[in-house]
Every structure is written in structure tokens, then in C-alpha cells.
Design a protein around this ligand. Structure first.
Ligand code: ASP
Length: 447
């Protein structure tokens, strides 16, 4: 029965049912014991299994991705295009965020009493986040760039938050492979080639539990946000609604303005067709709040539905999941100005330009894991002289915004990937292949 329903529909059903069950339990004061102890673990198992394969996938696919490019000149051409596209889209996203937050000034509409109670309510949480960011921040705004080089690659590989270091190492390994004799390099690459395929196969297994995992994540999230005070989640979300709407409006503009324009300029793929094919990844990004966890699915769709070669996708996408965070950078710009406005601080033009620079760096340095953007936001705040503890103001809606910005982050990676593939002469007809990546033999009728 369930097999007949397409995967993305199953995920939507899981998501909506999870929301409904969570809200009903909170609203009617039912005991959440079953959900928290017997349902939530399914969500945790689901996320853990995705994270489990993220690190090996990033390493294997980048080594293969770089070495498959054939020679260093192709690497610098595709690498150059990819990195410039990532940088330009990030700066555009930050600028959109700045523009909107300066026009709508959400921070100035926050009543003093709400500000005070939020500050005290979340002081502890903000403090611990501040501590986490302190280490990076005390060493200056360029620390994210310095952190790229690991002092111990095995140590870096045991921590999903150090993905950027593994990306760096994998690229170096790939470049070295291009420069040693072919016969020797082949032994190495064919192993990782098979390894990559094994991981993609495992993704198919994991996707079997996706709808249940998403249900469990949503139901337990709602219950945990509400905490002991059933109305608190709703109240806080209402108080911060304007700020939330500005972030969401900006994210919407990035997807429907910037991304659709990039697709239109560089490919023949209609934007709607792209979105339809990319839906399962967007839903996963939304429910896991993690670019890294979504990466295997992003890669599978871009390759199997959009027809991008593994050569390009296995280089562009793992890199993007780690460094390209358009949604996060936009959110950091809006949040920084919002906090300054709420605290009654006026920001000069040079402070706003500092936001463009630091939000870009902070987004590059943010790991593709839940909540990373919030921690790195402190770097932006400190750079413009706004107290880092000010993040207490925006912690309440952050979990929800994280879900939306992650969707933008992964969509940006896929759009750039398709555009780069197109400029390399792939996808000449602009047609998306009509197969569903999770049921490869099944024809999908929509175009
Ligand atoms: N959760 C985001 C991601 O994985 C990062 C962030 O903004 O917190 O893409």
C-alpha cells in the first residue's frame, strides 16, 4: 500500500502528522511519555544514520570528484566557477537580508517587557552558546579560514563539526592523485569509487524509514519547544513573528528570485521542474536541519534526476554542503541587525559592511549541522560591537528558522551544481531524467 505513495508525499504525510500529534499533545496536556521515549528515538536513529555516512561520503566523493576531473587545469576551472558562484550567492543573500531588516526594522517593534523577559528566560542557553563561540571569536574574524587546516586529520574525521577540515584534506588528496602516475592512482580511486556507491546504496536503505523518522522528529520537536509552559512556544513565536517573517521573506526571495534567475541564465531547466525533482531533499533538509545529513539525498537527486555527472556533483555538492550557506548568511545578517535594533543600537554603514564580511565568513565556517548558524552568529555580533548574549532574544524561533535556512542552503548547492554542469556542456537539452532516485525502475510521470 505505502509503496504506491511517492517518497516525498510519504515524507510530507509524516511531517504533517508529526506536527499535528505534537500540537494535540501540547494543547490538550496529554502525557508526552510515549512520544519522547518510544517515538523520538526513531527520529534520532534516522538522523544518526544519515550523519553516520556524511563524513565517509564527503571524503570519498571529494577525492573521487577532484581526481575524476582529470587534470589540475580542469580542477581550477570548475573549482573557480564553483567557489565564485558560492561566494557571489552568499554575498547576495547577506545583502538581501540587510536590505529587508533595514526596511522593516523588526527589532524596533519589540516591546521592552518582552525583551526583558526573553533575555532572562534564555540567559543560560545564550551563555552556553556564547561559550562555544568564544574560542573562535577570541582569535578574530578570520579564524574560520585558519581552522580549515587540521592539525590531525584523524581527529577531524571523528567530528562532524570539522567537516571543513576533511573537505580541505580530501581536496589535497584528490590533487595529489592527479599528479602521480595513472596506474598507481587507479588502485586508490577505484576503491573509493566502489566505496561511494556503497554509501549511496546505504542512503536508499535509510530513506525507507524517512517518513517515520520525520514524523518522530516533528512530534518530539513541538513537545520540547513547548516545555513546561504549553503557551510559551506560541507566545514567543508571536512576539518574534515580525523578525521571523523578515528572515522567511528573505529566504523566499533567495529561492524564487536568485536561484530561479541562476537556473534561467545558465540552464534550460524550468525552475518549477527543478523544485519538483528536488522536493525530497528540501523536505529532508527541513526536518533534519542539517546540510550534511541531507547531502547523500541531494547528490542522488542531482545525479539521477537532473542528469549531472558524478564527476561534477561529487565535487560541487560536498563542498557546498560545507561552505555554501546562503540561508544561514542571510539569517545571520537579519538576526544581527534585529538584535542591535532591539537593544536600541544604531548601526553605521561601516558596521553594516562589516556584517557583509563577517556573515559571509561565519556562514562559510558554519558546519552543516543543526544550530551551527546560531553559534557562528556570535562572531558577527561581536564584530559590530553588539553583545553576544543578545542571541538570547532570537533563540526561541531559531529552531524553526534553522529548518527553513537549511532548505535554502541545500537548494543553493544544487542550483550552483546544475549551473556549473550546464556551463561544462552537460544537460544540453535541459531535460530532467524521468526517474525517481529512490525507486530507480519506476517512471515518474510529471515533467
Ligand atoms: N543547520 C544549517 C545547515 O545545516 C546550518 C545553520 O544555519 O545552523 O545547513
Amino acid at each position: 500500500m505505502l509503496k504506491k505513495i511517492p517518497l516525498h508525499t510519504q515524507i510530507i504525510i509524516g511531517l504533517v502528522l508529526g506536527l499535528v500529534v505534537g500540537l494535540v499533545i501540547v494543547k490538550f496536556g496529554f502525557d508526552p511519555y510515549i512520544i519522547l521515549n518510544f517515538v523520538k528515538p526513531i527520529g534520532t536513529v534516522f538522523i544518526n544514520s544519515l550523519k553516520m555516512i556524511a563524513m565517509p561520503l564527503v571524503f570519498a566523493s571529494l577525492v573521487i570528484g577532484v581526481s575524476n576531473l582529470g587534470d589540475v587545469s580542469k580542477l581550477s576551472r570548475i573549482g573557480g566557477k564553483t567557489l565564485s558562484a558560492y561566494l557571489v550567492t552568499t554575498i547576495i543573500a547577506v545583502s538581501i537580508g540587510l536590505l529587508l531588516v533595514n526596511i522593516f526594522k523588526p527589532g524596533e517593534s519589540l516591546p521592552q517587557s518582552t525583551r526583558d523577559s526573553l533575555m532572562s528566560l534564555y540567559d543560560g542557553a545564550a551563555g552556553s552558546r556564547a561559550e562555544q563561540a568564544e574560542k573562535v571569536n577570541s582569535q578574530g574574524p578570520l579564524q574560520p579560514l585558519i581552522d580549515i587546516v587540521p592539525d590531525n586529520i584523524f581527529l577531524a574525521a571523528t567530528n562532524n563539526g570539522s567537516m571543513l577540515q576533511v573537505v580541505f584534506f580530501a581536496i589535497i588528496v584528490g590533487i595529489a592523485l592527479l599528479q602521480i602516475p595513472k596506474e598507481k592512482a587507479n588502485n586508490f580511486t577505484s576503491f573509493f569509487d566502489a566505496f561511494n556507491d556503497v554509501i549511496i546504496k546505504i542512503v536508499e536503505y535509510i530513506m525507507l524509514i524517512a517518513p517515520y523518522g520525520v514524523f518522530a522528529l516533528m512530534a518530539s520537536l513541538i513537545i520540547e519547544i513547548a516545555g513546561d509552559d504549553p503557551d510559551s512556544a506560541v507566545e514567543l513565536l508571536l512576539a518574534l513573528l515580525k523578525y521571523t517573517l523578515v528572515v522567511l521573506g528573505g529566504l523566499f526571495l533567495v529561492i524564487f528570485g536568485v536561484y530561479s534567475m541562476i537556473l534561467k541564465s545558465f540552464t534550460k531547466i524550468p525552475f518549477i521542474t527543478f523544485l519538483k525533482a528536488f522536493r525530497p531533499a528540501m523536505l529532508l533538509g527541513f526536518s533534519t536541519s542539517s546540510s550534511n545529513a541531507t547531502l547523500p539525498v541531494t547528490m542522488k537527486i542531482v545525479e539521477e534526476e537532473m542528469g549531472v555527472s558524478e564527476q561534477i556533483s561529487s565535487f560541487v555538492l560536498p563542498l557546498g554542503a560545507t561552505v555554501n550557506m546562503n540561508g544561514t548568511s542571510l539569517y545571520q545578517a537579519v538576526a544581527a541587525v534585529f538584535i542591535a535594533q532591539a537593544l536600541g543600537m544604531d548601526l553605521s554603514i561601516s558596521q553594516q559592511l562589516t556584517i557583509v564580511l563577517t556573515a559571509t565568513l561565519a556562514a562559510i565556517g558554519s558546519a552543516g549541522v543543526p544550530g551551527a548558524g546560531l553559534i557562528m552568529l556570535i562572531i558577527v555580533l561581536e564584530a559590530i560591537g553588539v553583545p553576544g548574549a543578545g542571541i538570547a532574544l532570537i533563540i526561541a524561533p531559531d529552531r524553526i528558522l534553522d529548518m527553513f535556512r537549511t532548505v535554502v542552503n541545500i537548494t543553493g548547492d544544487a542550483v550552483v551544481c546544475v549551473a556549473v554542469a550546464s556551463t561544462e556542456g552537460e544537460l544540453p537539452s535541459g531535460m530532467i531524467r524521468q526517474t525517481n532516485p529512490f525507486t530507480p525502475n519506476e517512471e515518474v510521470t510529471e515533467s
